[in-house]
Write a protein that binds this ligand. Sequence first.
Ligand SMILES: CC(C)(COP(=O)(O)OP(=O)(O)OC[C@H]1O[C@@H](n2cnc3c(N)ncnc32)[C@H](O)[C@@H]1OP(=O)(O)O)[C@@H](O)C(=O)NCCC(=O)NCCS
Length: 187
Amino acid sequence: MKIKTMKKGDEKYILQAAKLLVEGFKDNWPNAWPDLESAMEEVKECLGEDRICRIAIDENDNVIGWIGGISRYNGNVWELHPIVVDNQHRNKGIGRQLVKDLEEQVRNRGGTTIYAGTDDENNMTSLSNVDLYDNLLDRIRNIKNLKGHPYEFYLKLGFKIIGVLPDANGLGKPDIFLGKRVVDWTK
Ligand SMILES: CC(C)(COP(=O)(O)OP(=O)(O)OC[C@H]1O[C@@H](n2cnc3c(N)ncnc32)[C@H](O)[C@@H]1OP(=O)(O)O)[C@@H](O)C(=O)NCCC(=O)NCCS
């Protein structure tokens, strides 16, 4: 497996990356990329200015995962959006390698921080179906993963929960924000 930049004109990779988005999100985030057309649009946006778009390729030159970064706050902060790994290749460390690679890309561009928003639309965590305006910080501190929600993937990679947006996807369906500093803290 190797990781490289996806570029405009890489039509085979673009199609494969779009298919991974549709497949990867359909079960738990059916509104994210419901069809190939919306996914193709997302992949093409990822190839634009102020973006990072990196793909994991297997030995047959097929895309088995990819990650995007969007420049925010004048490039100090990069939003990780999206990340997906092919179902058949999950739990083998590919997601971890993609995030590590993004961290390096962000550092090389002078960024300090990566954050990601990860929706819970499907009662996957203890932050769903509750009033997050009530006792928010305790609820975040005591978060439980009920159905394999990916916030825990980010925690394993050194991210911290830095906030939530209550009701982002309808009442009781929050967005959960995780962040990580990718440079040393120097005073
Ligand atoms: C989330 C995703 C990118 C992880 O990719 P992956 O290649 O399977 O992840 P890795 O194998 O690198 O996992 C790294 C660690 O995170 C853990 N992890 C991965 N996904 C997890 C999940 N959904 N819940 C809990 N832990 C998870 C792994 O067990 C592993 O732990 P370990 O270091 O103790 O062994 C992949 O599951 C995916 O594409 N999911 C669908 C799309 C998605 O959820 N994207 C993120 C939405 S914001």
